[in-house]
Design a binder for this molecule. Structure first.
Ligand code: 6PG
Length: 465
């Protein structure tokens, strides 16, 4: 049987994905919340319009599309997804599929998958990464759902995906919410990488007194080495762009307040729930939060007039520091995947997740190919940082990370993600830590009990009152 595909939600991502699908030779039914958006989409899709059957509404599309139907949703996470499912569901028949291709919270995806499967319908949660350009020319995608449903849509999804040396950057990573959780962790790593890059930029700007274009050139050079990645590449491009109105470097005209739609925060929340430390990602989320509080930061600056001194660092040290912190933040992200896989019984293939991220997505980088290889070999205790190839790099790069965090903090430059990465590393490589004292304190005030080196649990101290 021929499967018929419909796409609902012709915003930036939906339009780009629809054109990508058409270009790969598939016929597609399309509709959007506002019929005008469908008209606008068709007016901009010259040459591909024969591939589209437009509809005025999701209801109209679902009712008239021949079966079996696969409806791809590209609408904002949350209410819009709920509304779309509620609208389409009454017109769907057993065997039909809904694919949520937005940045959904994976708990919602699990709930939808269960509810729809109980009705004989199928649901795939598909994380799509790569922004508009990726959606148009080849995104990376992480799919959660049942194997047979994935097999049914796989030809189309593989056709539109980015390819890394010919291998499609998409796969079914597990059931129901697994795809959206893997995408969420991708975004958490994205937040951390962006923040680490921004801190490095801050040290160059405020500690080394470099101009944006010069910093941009440094990132451009780094992109030819071990830091090669999409985010480092676009950082160079952003810093080398001038404002057409004022002629100044554009970055100097951009207000230093970052938005966030939630996926970075979800990564941190999920990690806390599962008892995993993703401290660099948490630091990145926190830094976005305080970036948004610009008036408060200005008040703080007026009260304390903090000294921001110059630092003595070479850009080669910054490069090494960024590499070390990047490895550590990826290691933390994969720790969360390991924990989620155990908690939800997903059997996530960590190497495959890294492989999917090698092209098409925002965090694509040279490092991810080595990470995939490291997970294929299986690092000690499943910790990426302990994989031999990463150990070699970390041993080489850690002195620079220490130098950068030390110099930046002494001179008053905030480096929350770089320092979180370093502290995590120091904690995770300290065989004898300081929680002996925590246990003593807990027993002192609450008789919580402690384990002893010489055996047994539930011991108590002879604490004096
Ligand atoms: C991607 C991106 C994309 C978007 C996120 C994060 O993989 O293509 O992650 O999904 O950047 O929604 O956006 P915010 O920074 O606004 O949270």
């Amino acid at each position: 049987t021929t499967v018929h595909f419909g796409l609902y939600g012709l915003g930036t991502m939906g339009s780009a994905l629809a054109q990508n699908i058409a270009e790969k030779g598939f016929h597609l039914h399309v509709s959007s919340l506002h019929a005008e958006d469908t008209d606008r989409f068709l007016s901009k899709s010259d040459g591909l319009n024969e591939s589209f059957t437009p509809h005025r509404s999701l209801t109209g599309m679902t009712k008239t599309m021949p079966g079996p139907r696969v409806i791809i949703l590209l609408v904002p996470a949350g209410d819009a997804v709920e509304d779309s499912i509620a609208e389409a569901r009454p017109h769907m028949r057993p065997g039909d599929v809904i694919i949520d291709a937005g940045n959904a919270n994976f708990h919602d995806t699990r709930r939808h998958a269960l509810a729809l499967e109980a009705m004989g319908l199928a649901y795939l949660g598909m994380g799509v990464s790569g922004g508009e350009e990726g959606a148009r020319t080849g995104p990376a995608m992480m799919v959660g759902g049942t194997q047979s449903v994935w097999d049914g849509v796989r030809p189309l999804v593989e056709a539109i995906a980015a390819k890394y040396e010919g291998v499609p950057c998409v796969d079914r990573v597990g059931p129901d919410g697994a795809g959206h959780l893997v995408k969420t962790v991708h975004n958490g790593i994205e937040y951390a990488d962006m923040q680490l890059i921004a801190e490095t930029y801050g040290v160059m700007r405020d500690g080394l007194g470099m101009m944006p274009a010069a910093i941009g050139d440094v990132f451009g050079a780094w992109n030819k080495g071990p830091l090669q990645s999409y985010l480092v590449e676009i950082t160079g491009a952003v810093l080398n762009t001038d404002d057409p109105t004022t002629g100044k470097p554009l970055v100097e005209m951009i207000l230093d307040r970052a938005g966030q739609k939630g996926t970075g925060r979800w990564t941190a929340i999920e990690a806390l729930q599962l008892g995993v430390s993703v401290s660099t990602i948490e630091a990145a989320v926190s830094a976005r939060v305080w970036s948004a509080a610009k008036p408060v930061r200005q008040t703080g600056e007026a009260i304390f007039s903090p000294l921001r001194e110059s630092v003595e660092l070479g850009t080669d040290q910054l490069e090494q520091a960024l590499l070390a912190a990047r490895i550590i933040s990826h290691s933390q992200g994969f720790d969360l995947l390991v924990a989620a896989s155990r908690a939800y019984d997903w059997s996530l293939d960590l190497a495959r997740c890294a492989e999917i991220w090698r092209a098409g997505c925002i965090i694509r980088s040279a490092l991810l190919n080595d990470i995939a290889a490291a997970f294929r070999a299986g690092p000690p205790d499943d910790v990426l940082c302990f994989a031999p190839s990463m150990v070699t790099r970390l041993q080489e790069a850690l002195p620079a990370l220490r130098a950068v965090v030390g110099a930046a903090t002494s001179a008053g430059h905030p480096v929350p993600a770089l320092s979180a990465a370093l502290s995590w590393f120091d904690g995770m490589t300290q065989g004898s830590g300081t929680a002996d004292l925590i246990q003593g304190q807990r027993d002192f005030f609450g008789r919580h009990g402690f384990e002893r080196f010489d055996g047994g649990a539930g011991h108590h101290g002879p604490w004096a009152d």
